[in-house]
Design a protein around this ligand. Sequence first.
Ligand code: NDP
Length: 279
Amino acid sequence: MIDGRQVSAEVRERVAGEVADFIAAGGHQPVLATVLVGDDPASHVYVANKHKACEAAGIGSVHHELPADTSQQDLVTLVKALGDDDEVDGILVQLPPPDHIDADAVIAAIDPTKDVDGLTATNAGLLAGGRPGLVPCTPAGVIELLDHAGTEIEGAEAVIVGRSNLVGRPLISLLLGRNATVTAAHSRTRDLPGVCSRADILIAAVGVPGLLGAEHVKPGATVIDVGINRTDDGLKGDVDFEAAAEVAGAITPVPGGVGPMTIALLMVNTLAAAKARAK
Ligand code: NDP
């Protein structure tokens, strides 16, 4: 079992050391700005956890909380002002915003050099082109987990189920960049078990609890479950863990797998943005 909590703690400890080194070498304290619109309880918890992680890593943070009826224009104005603010290295707008706000318009207002979620078209384009930029946190966390598990990526058959801009597409580029042979499966894929069971690395980012079972897993494969689904039985991944674990060589649980990695990679990105801006 790949323990995401442990790997996340290791990454955050590493970042804390690197932040201290950066400051000792004359750099400024990195600062993350978070923006939250409305009163979704889960979003409040996510943002509070991000601030706690910043504090533990020696990263400064500022928080902007806006009422649920904030206009899209006011939100865009704030995000642009944070882009112009020299004290701010990273900007994170907690998604999803309330229904009357177009998330794409808000993302487009983020300064790409401070886009620590890696969601702007600039960073998506850099990643697709195999050039350095800020990489979305969850896909970057998946790569950290694979490396931690000792899974060889180069030359491996990697199958990603799901092709969202947030998870699936960035993973295609990241795995190609590491010289895997990459297949992207999705809702129109014919014979999903046949495609998945070729994979040395199988990644599920779908949003359907227990979609992938033992018949989708090649014996010995590494299985990474990005899915987080709230069910009557609690949080469930996209993989039927008990069934898949019988066949897989290594597998992430839900919760405690990919989930904790996202916040760790946010710390990595905030430090990277601060270093790049310092140059
Ligand atoms: P999206 O809904 O944006 O994308 C889902 C993808 O799955 C689509 O590409 C869709 O195909 C594909 N799909 C849907 N049903 C099937 C099916 N039956 N067979 C094959 N493919 C299917 O989801 P996200 O990428 O945003 O999220 C995926 C999961 O990951 C969710 O459970 C989410 O909660 C979780 N997540 C976890 C994070 C973490 O921190 N651990 C962060 C982000 C997401 P098509 O394109 O054809 O419609």
